[in-house]
Design a protein around this ligand. Sequence first.
Ligand SMILES: C=CC1=C(C)c2cc3[nH]c(cc4nc(cc5[nH]c(cc1n2)c(C)c5CCC(=O)O)C(CCC(=O)O)=C4C)c(C)c3C=C
Ligand SMILES: [Fe+2]
Length: 490
Amino acid sequence: MMHTGVTPCDLNRFGVIVRSSPRHSDCTIVAANKLCSDIRSPDYVDCHSNCNKSTSQVSLFLCSDSTNRRNGLRSGLLCVNPSSRRKLVPASYSVETSAYDVGALESPSRVAEEKVGVLLLNLGGPETLNDVQPFLFNLFADPDIIRLPRLFRFLQRPLAKLISVLRAPKSMEGYAAIGGGSPLRKITDDQALAIKMALQAKGLSSNVYVGMRYWYPFTEEAIQQIKKDRITRLVVLPLYPQFSISTTGSSIRVLEQVFREDAYLSTLPVSIINSWYQREGYVKSMADLIVKELQSFSEPKEAMIFFSAHGVPVSYVEDAGDPYRDQMEECIFLIMQELKARGVCNEHTLAYQSRVGPVQWLKPYTDEVLVELGQKGVRSLLAVPVSFVSEHIETLEEIDMEYKELALESGIKNWARVPALGLTPSFITDLADAVVEALPSAKAMYPPNSTSEDVDHDPVKYFVKLFFGSFLAFILFLSPKMIMAFRNHF
Ligand SMILES: C=CC1=C(C)c2cc3[nH]c(cc4nc(cc5[nH]c(cc1n2)c(C)c5CCC(=O)O)C(CCC(=O)O)=C4C)c(C)c3C=C
Ligand SMILES: [Fe+2]
């Protein structure tokens, strides 16, 4: 459904302007209160939405403005993406964008009471060297990071203890090299403030919370604050452009657990943005950074654009259905398409970094590709970190130090790295737009009549599992060979 030919004067009647863009054959809803001076009601919520072929978003109109109400306007669906793409995100994590829940917001008193919250999800990082081992313990104790078969789940914490202790010295070296701790908390707090301001500029007042998965401020703490603040509508925005079971999936699992147990949270309307690598604002912001950094080379056209993404074990993608690799490839395609549209036709490649442990990770591996490229005669290389939007240990230490050294040793002469998006204004504005677009589709995670999952209460099964699990644990922990293998891999 495409609405065109509406003029600014139609705002009084429709509250929106819908534009069509020739490039994406998309439609854009322009915030009415930015353009129409006679809409002054403070309870007007503006909405700037896109729907285009590269996203599976729908555009919605959200307006509680009294002028429009007088004119009998109902908020509702304006534009539906006609070309539904293959669905990349597991359904259980997906909150579909659908027609606005008119009933929930239509009454003026309810609108006045609405308290919007935005929860930014991130990984978290140790702030001091003393935090490194407990941070690693939290990370490895996550069943979405070390995926043990159900039978062995009771080993998760002892295993996490063992691996975190073995891994800590190497990680501490890395954090020491970047100043003694992760900058992630400060950067994420700054992003939270910037998003709050960007939302404010769009006429939407909100509280923005930061919830980290493995370090302070923990997701659970942020949720408690959301509850204390009596937030009435929540948008969850993971700060990972692409979805992975190990990142966004893991954080959402925490949300689901906490929300399921709580009467207030279980009925709180929530909208989860699973991934946003396909958003035009993100793609363009990445392209801007790349174009700018290419200028640092004496021959910008000669530089290879080297996308380096954080890896995940292959089994996540091939056995557990993690959409991460597909989304990453599509993300690179979109960025390159944008660059080509700007006349930047450099060669490019994608590789995966930061593998941990004995299993196979997504290939090709960044370190191996760098050596190959050097041997093949590539002389200029622009590294582009692509799975994360803040500077962190893997950009500041792994890319800037380890990979740079390896590249130079392998024959690459000119090296540069694109900074993480951080507080880039176009990027922050786009995230704020994503929040506004997601608001209307907020739904209770556990409506009152929903049934909880069946739990296995069979005592016989439980003891059989316990017996076999303990037996294997015994073999694992008492075998010196196994301990040596662990030491080498972590
Ligand atoms: C999209 C980003 C990330 C994915 C996917 C991811 C998966 C993943 N990570 C580990 C193990 C470690 N990750 C570590 C740090 C770390 N990981 C990410 C992002 C992703 N991880 C970030 C941003 C950071 C850095 C945070 C910071 O402190 O700055 C670490 C600790 C550092 C180290 O020792 O290298 C580990 C370990 C696994 C096993 C995994 C997928 C299964
Ligand atoms: Fe990681």
